[in-house]
Design a protein around this ligand. Sequence first.
Ligand SMILES: NC(=O)c1ccc[n+]([C@@H]2O[C@H](COP(=O)([O-])OP(=O)(O)OC[C@H]3O[C@@H](n4cnc5c(N)ncnc54)[C@H](O)[C@@H]3O)[C@@H](O)[C@H]2O)c1
Length: 363
Amino acid sequence: MYTVAIIGAGFISTRKHLPAWLRLRRRVKVVAVCDLDRTRAEAVSRQFGIPAAYDDVNQMLARERPDFVDVCTPPSTHADIAVAALKAGSNALIEKPMATTVQECERIIEAERASKGRVEVAHTELFHPQVIEARKRIERGDVGRLTGMRIFYSTPVTLWTTDPGHFANRLPGGSIGETGPHVVYLSQAFIGPIREVRVRGRKILPEYPWSPFEDYRLELMGDRVSSSIVLTYTSKHSAFLLELWGAEGIMKVDMQSKMLVNYHRVNQSPWGIGLSAVSEAAQIASGAFANGFEYLAGRFRNIHDRTVSEFFKRSVNGLPPAVTSQDGLETVRVMSAISEQLQSQAEPMDSPLPQRPEQRERP
Ligand SMILES: NC(=O)c1ccc[n+]([C@@H]2O[C@H](COP(=O)([O-])OP(=O)(O)OC[C@H]3O[C@@H](n4cnc5c(N)ncnc54)[C@H](O)[C@@H]3O)[C@@H](O)[C@H]2O)c1
């Protein structure tokens, strides 16, 4: 039987990672939970039936010597914890982002090279079956050569924008530091290495002065193709939509309702447009039915389940990680360029357009 220790007993650990590890109970035992907040660690250990609770990572590593460590703490702590885990001989799954700077990622990679353990970064959105399917279809040439992509991501304002104490409001560049890694690694998965970044942040909600921006427009330029992204933290609604297009077709993925819709509209007559709309509606209806059936049949597995079980299986079978430490570093490199640009934006709009002649004040 293998052993795993969970570090961090907050949101993602209790909602997703711990349940995912417990589903693997036939092969791996959760032996400890560790959180700086001892009361929280003890409460989570009682709630999930985990034998030991700690408030000190090094003490936990020395006593438990776990085969696996799952790092579910805020990004600024990832490097120290992952390096300590690797030095103790554990394999480390690290929640995204791998760390907050490229230097921290390099420190983790050095420790990984010097150890017998491995690192995987939880780039969870890559484990969506629809993302996997979209990647397959692009490789197969279903939309022709990929010529562009777009992402719209709305995080409900109540998740942390309203909370002055949440770590996301203190990340470099603000909230984008928390959800931005998802859109960066998704873009990298489709368009390859990012060569250039343009970002514009806007402060929309003055009632939350601790949040630097709540609206981000992001352009990521790959070698051949670009990804355009809108990240908003202003609505009570959540949305995560991805569009990919090539000469032969367009694919639309709703990451939350788990739908992949093929969009074909080469014929622009009313009939052509009508038929393409009917085809989209039919794909949505059949997708909703299939997803509903999977859920009711108890076969639904969320992306964190998939991330944790892939990490575990690949590690014990000696297969390469699905997301390597180098992939994690590349995402952090782009995130660092984004936050640098945002930090240099002193004014919300630094180059206003000249006024039209009729708007100018008359003498
Ligand atoms: N993949 C996803 O969809 C997803 C979603 C949410 C969060 N995350 C990531 O998960 C990580 C944690 O986020 P969260 O929302 O669960 O945060 P959280 O604030 O809810 O929980 C973090 C916990 O870590 C503890 N902690 C902080 N420093 C520690 C240390 N040095 N040692 C031990 N415990 C420590 C805190 O006391 C807290 O209980 C972040 O990297 C975040 O970006 C990923």
